[in-house]
Design a protein around this ligand. Structure first.
Ligand SMILES: Cc1cc2nc3c(=O)[nH]c(=O)nc-3n(C[C@H](O)[C@H](O)[C@H](O)COP(=O)(O)OP(=O)(O)OC[C@H]3O[C@@H](n4cnc5c(N)ncnc54)[C@H](O)[C@@H]3O)c2cc1C
Length: 401
């Protein structure tokens, strides 16, 4: 047999790819598996890059999902530092950036996403960091500390978590983002403004309703100019302004792509031998009655497991409702369902804008719930959302905490 022929090939050694390899092996003890990753590191836990690695909660060694011996023991070949550049779905073959060819019987696309870049003058300067991976963390970590400064572009969860973590590490942080308050896509306005006040009280300089217009080199660091006329000198500039799903290979191979790689309930593309999972998959959600693409840890993990089982002969629909989590200066959030601030929201606080639950409603039904410093309510929230019960004027106080 050709040594580059594998029964299963997984493109992307991230969370979805790694969990898929594990679940394939559980179902198929003998089929050859190749897990290919562009990064130099074994699959690791990405959320720690903005959280525990900065607070001392975990070390770099501790964020690795499985050590090398796990893959060896389970006969999973791992090719790191290897980027796939071509997919020929007709011939079931792949090619990497070094020109090496691989052949598969079943393929999983689990390449995640790449950071959106700032389309402004200086957005491509060397050293401007588009924060996504362990390499970015290590680079930033080496620069961070007292008397250092950072401009963070983006007021979503990644930007906010990183701002909090750098600030805890005594970096002088300025955030620049276009919305009036932090995490606007998820937080109702009063909560977003309250969290923003916490950030200011912790010393983070916030330039809301503003955007950078240029970045240039200055005094060994950077000078960021904003639309409203601010000029900020800083040692670091870090952008967390969203990702674009890695759909290039799928697109070139003629697979359907629409805000991600389109898959059915079994996470299978229109080609029965190619599956997709994680940040790049656009899948149907029975619980929410619509197609979704989710950029969260729990979704990548659960889809990887499900896709792996299906690739190895299973027929398991992906009907799971994943959750997401975040930590901002010790304020903890867990959310499930459609947590979209454009929906009608109802907040039930035990402590105003700190401890309680935000419910997100569409046509009177609870479609999502975010627990703020309230724990262990994810299963109950899932049941509430899946019941599709009309909340209407029902008192939601105390339903989840
Ligand atoms: C800094 C950060 C913090 C986060 N915090 C949270 C959080 O608090 N809560 C939460 O729910 N979610 C969080 N997330 C999101 C979560 O980590 C992602 O949803 C999850 O990692 C997605 O997993 P994935 O396997 O789909 O993609 P990824 O983890 O992105 O893995 C894909 C891998 O594929 C590789 N790859 C790409 N193209 C190729 C190619 N052509 N050939 C070979 N390899 C390739 C990439 O290099 C990457 O290693 C965070 C993400 C980031 C970046």
């Amino acid at each position: 047999m050709d040594k580059n022929h594998f029964r299963y090939i997984i493109i992307g050694a991230g969370l979805a790819g790694a969990t898929a390899a594990e679940s394939i092996r559980e179902r198929d003890p003998n089929g050859t598996i190749l897990l290919i990753g562009a990064e130099e590191h074994l699959p690791y836990d990405r959320p720690s890059l903005t959280k525990q690695l900065w607070t001392g909660g975990r070390t770099v060694a501790q964020i690795t999902l499985q050590d090398r011996s796990f893959y060896d023991r389970n006969g999973i070949t791992v090719a790191l530092g290897t980027r796939i550049t071509g997919l020929d779905a007709g011939h079931k073959s792949l090619v990497d950036s070094q020109g090496r060819q691989y052949h598969y019987e079943k393929l999983l696309l689990a390449a995640g996403g790449s950071p959106q870049r700032l389309k402004i003058e200086g957005g491509g300067l060397e050293g401007v960091c588009y924060y996504r991976n362990l390499h970015d963390y290590l680079r930033l970590r080496a620069q961070a500390g007292p008397q250092r400064s950072a401009v963070i572009v983006g007021g979503g969860f990644i930007g906010s978590e990183l701002a909090a973590s750098l600030s805890v590490n005594k970096v002088d942080v300025t955030m620049v983002f276009p919305s009036p308050y932090l995490c606007r896509r998820v937080f109702p306005e009063p909560l977003g403004r309250a969290v923003q006040t916490v950030f200011r009280e912790r010393g983070v300089n916030i330039l809301a309703e503003d955007t950078p217009v240029s970045i240039s080199r200055s005094k060994g660091g950077f000078l960021t100019r904003t639309r409203s006329g601010h000029e900020i000198d800083s040692d670091m500039v870090v952008a967390g302004i969203g990702i674009a799903p890695e759909v290039g290979l799928a697109q070139a191979a003629g697979l359907a792509v629409q805000d991600g790689v389109v898959v059915d309930e079994f996470l299978r593309t229109a080609r029965s031998d190619i599956y997709a999972a994680g940040d790049l998959a656009n899948f149907p959600s029975p619980a929410l009655g619509r197609r979704l693409r989710i950029e969260h840890w729990d979704n990548a993990r659960a889809q990887g497991l499900c896709a792996g089982r299906n690739m190895a002969g299973g027929r398991e629909p992906y009907d799971y409702l994943p959750y997401f989590f975040s930590d901002l200066f010790g304020l903890g959030y867990e959310a499930v369902g459609e947590v979209d601030a454009r929906l009608q929201t109802r907040s039930e606080w035990k402590k105003e804008n700190e401890t309680g639950v935000v419910y997100y409603l569409r046509d009177g039904q609870v479609r999502g719930a975010m627990m703020c410093n309230v724990w262990n309510k994810i299963p109950a929230a899932r049941r509430l959302i899946s019941s599709a019960e009309k909340a209407g004027s029902r008192d939601l106080a105390g339903v989840l905490g």
